[in-house]
Design a protein around this ligand. Sequence first.
Ligand SMILES: Cc1ncc(COP(=O)(O)O)c(C=O)c1O
Length: 393
Amino acid sequence: MKFESKTVHAGDRKKASGAIPVTTPIYTASSYFYESMDQLDRVFGREEAGPSYARYDNPTCTALQNLINELEGGHGTFACSSGMMSLHVAVLAALVDRPKRVLAGHVLYGATTHMLLTVFGALGVETTFVDVCDLAAFQAAIDEVKPGAVVVETITNPLLRVCALDKVAAITKQAGAQLIVDNTFASPMLMRPLELGANMVIHSTTKYLSGHGDVLGGAVISDKENFETLTSLVRTLGPNLGPFEAYLTMRGIKTLALRMEKQCANACKLASWLATHPRIARVYFPGDPAHPDSATIQRLLPKNTYGAMLAFDLKDAGRKDVFAFMDRLQMIVRATSLGDVHTMMLYPAMASHRDLSPKHRERLGINDSLVRLSTGIEAIDDIIADLDQALAG
Ligand SMILES: Cc1ncc(COP(=O)(O)O)c(C=O)c1O
């Protein structure tokens, strides 16, 4: 081989010597070939498993997909470039051959509401919102709207409501619609919506699954019914997660159970402490016995594991007071996102629900005094001390 040919071929694509790497390597190749064209033909035709082109398949992403699929109990999983992208393809898949109408929970991540209204709205998809924690209202809405898809969150963002997902799934199925569940806040450790009757589950893997604040990603986990449609959409549109991000996400998931256990325990302690603080008007936490969905929470979530998200209203506070309080935080990170190892605080009116009008936010109960806290894995005493000094200021 001449020098210039060696520069292109030497060293690369060595056959495995029999050794098995303990972690899946990062495969960056955009395309693959086989010993024979016949074999490549079979791979392209999906008669034989294997990568052919990175928009269809990437070994690092496949490893992550298989992992998430196992955790959620799916038929198949697609790793996507973001949580929003995974929701986008799930809604597209659900509506391909169904009525172009969506019935959605009335309190959702702000960008989800925005996407349904503006992106799908512009394509002629009509979205109606309903309180899915009120089953009678949900039944009435589904009878009236006759949607192709229903979109809900397991634990809602930011007010932490928990609907009776198994009952919502039964009603949705009866109506011939597809149930898409955003399981980002619960993670598959707390709830597995496919087991409760959902058709597709989506995650912002940016959050609990990766867990370290260093990677953006999403996943859609499908039942058997939607798998082929999703496969076709993903292969055509290319919403894929990159291999570096897949590697980081997989690395993060290895400690999901440990992190989640500690984060949930910290959140329980924090909720009790906040509830007695004179500067706090109201705490929103699924572990609160007075939570409006308490019976459902006790039924569907594992015992003493209520997630690691909290929200609270500061007493007699407006935007300026909340900003001043947040500026005083010394350890807690004032940043958008959640689910990371570090405790984070976010102001929904400015960040996660910024896209909604002030009136819309007010109707949903997202007050200007509301902050959202994602509990990390730090020592609980340090989290409390930081909040205490910031509240005292
Ligand atoms: C519940 C929920 N779903 C979806 C998303 C979107 O995820 P991503 O930012 O990875 O697109 C977020 C982001 O905060 C979220 O909180």
